[in-house]
Design a protein around this ligand. Structure first.
Ligand SMILES: NC(=O)c1ccc[n+]([C@@H]2O[C@H](COP(=O)([O-])OP(=O)(O)OC[C@H]3O[C@@H](n4cnc5c(N)ncnc54)[C@H](OP(=O)(O)O)[C@@H]3O)[C@@H](O)[C@H]2O)c1
Length: 321
């Protein structure tokens, strides 16, 4: 069974695209208060046995919050696996209503700048460095000078990974398997979206797992859409969520527990990220670890998934709050 990891996308900055982000943070955006809040969630995660943390340069101060937490709790490098990402720059200026929250740049210059920034913050804790959101349309994996530089991470004791996004996640994953230097695959790990609504990457992830890559699942709750909280606010996802809610209810479960348990039941997954933004959400996630997900559930839930192109079109319209 895969382990749970904690992603910091909702904890490192005031704005994010989950449904109730503003209320999760109590609309308190003072950086000191946000750092304390992130530390409380990290404490709850650690207590629940979570030892995998996922940050990014673009998640506001997420790397700083993780670094201060690790140091104040006297956690040694190696006790917790800390992953981060480069490729997007945070541009929201600590606001929830910026016109642009992050800017994508997959150049060698951006990589070198952000690697320096990440190491400056996380030092020996940084164990995996990922390209943030490789897509099927992008040319990132064809940039030889960039790949040469990424291949050099191993000499620093840091593994290389990528995350993928968009309707062509499967194409990007398969392409990453072929990227080699000195006969060895450059990428040790891939992080992809898999949830009950978007299963498009499934067979590519299975193959990547078979080839020895570490598989990290993101967005297992479809950015908070696969939860009890998603009622009428969301015209595209709400009807499907209502069907899942009925099935969850028949088993005495919440939508979020069922959706997380479904991700944890993937035989090819190594880590399933929770994007929990509160201590209560972390505590509810632990219940998913106990759930015996069975073949009957799998059969009934397989039919609720939607077309990948439609899923990602809806995903791109999520409102920052
Ligand atoms: N391109 C990339 O590389 C990329 C993209 C996205 C995410 N990620 C990684 O994946 C992680 C998870 O993604 P995500 O947060 O976008 O999606 P998620 O895990 O699908 O959704 C998490 C959100 O669901 C809601 N929720 C409601 N009840 C919950 C419960 N009991 N437990 C947990 N969450 C509950 C919360 O938002 P509300 O309360 O606001 O509804 C929470 O923030 C991120 O933190 C990040 O590390 C990577």
């Amino acid at each position: 069974m895969p382990v749970l990891g904690l992603g910091l996308a909702a904890l490192g900055r005031p704005g994010y695209v989950t449904l109730n982000h503003a209320s999760d943070l109590g609309r308190r955006y003072d950086p000191v208060i946000m750092e304390l809040h992130a530390h409380h969630v990290l404490d709850a995660a650690f207590e629940a046995g979570i030892r995998y943390i996922d940050a990014a340069r673009s998640y506001g101060r997420a790397e700083d919050f993780v670094a201060s937490w690790l140091r104040t709790r006297a956690i040694e490098p190696g006790q917790v696996e800390v992953a981060s990402k480069w490729g997007y720059t945070y541009t929201a200026g600590w606001s929830t209503s910026a016109t642009q929250h992050e800017v994508k740049e997959h150049s060698l210059a951006a990589y070198l700048r952000q690697l320096h920034e990440s190491i400056e913050r996380l030092g020996p804790y940084l164990s995996l460095y990922q390209i943030h959101s490789v897509t099927a349309e992008g040319k990132t994996l064809e940039d030889d000078a960039l790949i040469d530089a990424i291949a050099g991470l191993r000499e620093r004791g840091i593994r290389a990974g990528l995350t993928v996004s968009g309707a062509g996640q499967d194409v990007a994953i398969r392409r990453s398997l072929e990227v080699r230097r000195d006969g060895e695959r450059v990428f040790d790990s891939v992080q992809a979206t898999w949830n009950l609504l978007e299963r498009g990457a499934e067979s590519a992830l299975e193959d990547a797992h078979g080839a020895g890559m570490k598989i990290v699942v993101k967005e297992s709750l479809a950015n908070g859409r696969l939860t009890q909280a998603n009622r009428d606010d969301d015209a595209f996802f709400s009807p499907v969520v209502a069907r899942i809610r009925e099935l969850a209810k028949s088993r005495g479960l919440t939508v979020e527990t069922l959706a997380l348990a479904a991700a944890l039941a993937r035989p090819w997954a190594d880590v399933v990220l929770t994007g929990a933004a509160t201590v209560g959400q972390i505590q509810s996630n632990v219940a998913a670890l106990e759930l015996a997900y069975d073949a009957e559930l799998e059969e009934k839930l397989r039919s609720v998934s939607i077309n990948s192109t439609e899923y990602w079109r809806a995903r791109s319209s999520f409102r920052w709050n």
